[in-house]
Design a protein around this ligand. Structure first.
Ligand SMILES: Cc1cc2nc3c(=O)[nH]c(=O)nc-3n(C[C@H](O)[C@H](O)[C@H](O)COP(=O)(O)OP(=O)(O)OC[C@H]3O[C@@H](n4cnc5c(N)ncnc54)[C@H](O)[C@@H]3O)c2cc1C
Length: 364
């Protein structure tokens, strides 16, 4: 199951803690633009910080933690190339590689639960003690191993047909994003689909108003992707406003992605049928012919400075320290060597707390 918490406005919630000078000094609108090392790049000496408005300064510290997000961590290391020409910590050509995200595909199948199954409302958004939760379907670890399937989940959208018209799907996508407090990805694309099918949209809304929605669910699928060195963040020649080379992303999915997605659906469908709980129909026309065209990313940027005890296989060691750099550490999901289908942030926080404990215990 998923549990949703309301967004935390960091400044509002933590302002008082952050304002206490003995705790931390906060510099807003200050961008890290360079990491300066000693002559053999074994030690970071200071950071160059720049503001878009012009001012620049240097920050010195005994220890540095890079925590700029799963793409930026790699971009900042690759840009810091004055001593190590391939980028700081990139002697083994690993920084930026093994990029992972969670592919999300909506409307992969329809499920109709039978009347014998009383708990299907669990899979729709509902509140338990004031907290918004919803359930999803997956397979046991044993079945996943036996079938050679990745970790995945099937979420359910109540009352939606997987083969509803594209304009209704777009309208729904816009509505869901706005309800979630943000603009949808590809807003122009969705608006064009809505405007291009006003007739179909009117018919659907008319039918919905007259007839109750059927007791069915459409599914959405998300899964883990194994690390692939060709899936990577690299730099392009174009520079941003502060002079850093911009990042480009080549996100690769496994070659058997469509096949494993179909197999996962089929197994869940067979089990629902065997137990008499419901029926699942894979929506082959819309999603599985060309899965890439229907994929959205999960906004989970992982793997670009992966952890491994061997510097030839990972950028950071088990303490999140960049191999070969005495005082440079990394926090964030860029250190994940692999990851399941789960959302990453709780693990990021757990690793950050672990890193903080490690730094506190370090002799100063
Ligand atoms: C729309 C959306 C929905 C999401 N939903 C979920 C969810 O439900 N569950 C979940 O677990 N995760 C979710 N995520 C992912 C989650 O936001 C990330 O996993 C998490 O924020 C990563 O934390 P981080 O501290 O490593 O990086 P970030 O939160 O990205 O923080 C990095 C910070 O570094 C700053 N920065 C970057 N470059 C520089 C620089 N050069 N100098 C100075 N500062 C810099 C950035 O401004 C940013 O403040 C979602 C993400 C998005 C976009």
């Amino acid at each position: 199951m998923f549990q949703n918490s309301p967004p935390t406005r960091f400044g509002t919630v933590y302002r008082d803690d952050l304002a206490r000078p003995e705790t931390v000094a906060v510099y807003l609108n200050a961008n890290l633009v360079d990491i300066e090392t000693n002559a053999n790049a074994s030690l970071v000496k200071r950071l160059r910080i720049a503001c878009l408005a012009g001012p620049q300064f240097w920050a010195e510290a005994p220890v540095f933690v890079l925590a700029a997000g799963g793409i930026e961590n790699a971009r900042l290391l690759l840009n810091a190339d004055k001593v190590e020409r391939a980028g700081l910590g990139n002697g083994n050509d690993l920084v930026g590689r093994f990029f992972m995200d969670h592919p999300n595909i909506a409307k992969t199948a329809n499920i109709v639960f039978s009347a014998r199954y009383p708990n299907f409302a669990f899979y729709d958004y509902h509140r338990v003690r004031g907290i918004k939760i919803y359930g999803f379907l997956t397979l046991t670890a044993e079945t996943l191993r036996r079938e050679g399937l990745p970790n995945f989940y099937l979420g359910l959208d109540k009352g939606q047909l997987a083969d509803e018209s594209a304009s209704v799907a777009s309208l729904r996508s816009i509505y869901k994003s706005l309800r979630g407090g943000h603009w949808p990805d590809h807003l122009g694309f969705h608006l064009r689909r809505v405007v291009g099918d006003l007739d179909g949209l009117a018919t659907t809304l008319y039918e919905r108003a007259l007839h109750r929605e059927p007791p069915l669910f459409s599914t959405f699928y998300s899964c883990e992707c194994p690390p692939d060195p060709a899936s990577r963040v690299s730099l392009v020649a174009e520079r941003d406003a502060l002079g850093l080379r911009r990042a480009q992303l080549d996100w690769r999915l496994p070659g058997d992605f469509a096949a494993t997605m179909q197999r996962a659906h089929r197994l869940i469908g067979e089990e629902l049928g065997r137990l008499g709980l419901g029926r699942l129909r894979i929506n082959t026309a819309e999603t599985t012919q060309d899965p890439m065209s229907a994929i959205e990313n999960g906004h989970h940027h992982m793997g670009t400075t992966r952890m491994h005890r061997d510097p030839k296989q990972g950028v950071v060691d088990a303490d999140c320290r960049v191999h070969g750099k005495a005082n440079l550490f990394i926090a964030g999901s860029s250190v994940f060597p692999t990851y399941s289908h789960d959302d990453p942030t709780m693990t990021i926080v757990a690793l950050a707390l672990r890193l903080a404990d490690h730094l506190k215990a370090r002799p100063s």
